[in-house]
Design a protein around this ligand. Sequence first.
Ligand code: NAD
Length: 349
Amino acid sequence: MKAATSVRVAAVGCGYWGPNVIRNLDAVPGFELCCVCDVDPQRLRPVAARYPAARSTTDIEDIYNDSAVDAIYLSTPVSTHYALVRRALESGKHVLVEKPLATTVDEAEDLARLAAVNKRTLMVGHTFVFSPPVRKIKELIDAGLIGPIYYVETTRVNLGLFQKDVSVLWDLGPHDLSILNYWLDEVPVQVSSRGRSFHDEALEDVAFMTLEFPSGILAQVQLSWLAPSKLRRTSIVGRQRMVVYDDLEPVEKIKVYDRGIDRQPASFGEFQLTYRSGDILSPHLDTTEPLFTECAHFLECIQSGREPDTSPRTGVDIVRVLQAAERSLRFDGAPQLVYDDVAAIERTP
Ligand SMILES: NC(=O)c1ccc[n+]([C@@H]2O[C@H](COP(=O)([O-])OP(=O)(O)OC[C@H]3O[C@@H](n4cnc5c(N)ncnc54)[C@H](O)[C@@H]3O)[C@@H](O)[C@H]2O)c1
């Protein structure tokens, strides 16, 4: 039984990801899952059967028009995000929309503006920002344990799931971009990207991105729906330490290597390189499901009015990088500025 003051939340989209979202919304104390929706009755049916206390509908307009619904979590295809979020905000609902916020910077900025004007919480489902290993690495970076970061290299590849409306860049790319944004607290200045469409003429199924940050940090991101095995592996190389984060490892997802190179003064102003190879530590990690933390954070932001960790600003920044990467793909890897003008670069954190 939920408390009388519960925030009434509707979940829209019962496809691949939606049922995970719905299970977590239902588990967060303080949320009342009041409605589930999918245009496809076949997808809606099993979810409706599992949550009989929630009303079910195939028409999202029922939710927009229901003044008893406070908030909506949208897990619909990327191409629908802009129109559905816009209608939801216009209807006075708080919104959590799956990544990415929209498919163009103009649309993403429009949504951010509308949420601010209507004083509604708008949050983006950059789930990895709520994952314990990602949060632990953020702690290590902020505590100065890794030292100044030289570069980050990340691989997110598997066989499928091919999306019908967006390329691998827009499907898997938001994960790494949101993680990098969260860890480094800066937006890349420049991006270059190459990719290929092996199975669909219009949508790349493989993309490689190189990002350059204002601090000089370099990041390399490999994305593919066409790989022999699933890999989720990130290396962070800093002056003090190096970190390997493997999200598929059941327990030791993070390994911190006390490794590096030191320059020792030698004779006549010359330097000698010494290789440091110390302990390897694997920090203890919380096991809370990231989606649960994300849903609980959405509730907290609605109730307190605080800015979500995955705010509209973050959502816009990530769409901006994706759009620049997309431009680079069209020009066969030519580097593209993420912001068009220098004043905008100076505005980045
Ligand atoms: N955060 C994550 O880790 C993660 C993982 C997977 C997918 N996603 C995101 O979740 C979203 C959905 O992806 P998916 O793989 O579940 O897609 P999907 O195609 O499997 O499911 C989408 C569902 O939305 C329904 N739908 C479409 N338009 C609708 C509308 N107007 N009203 C109601 N229902 C509608 C479809 O019928 C479908 O059942 C995407 O934005 C994707 O990027 C996020």
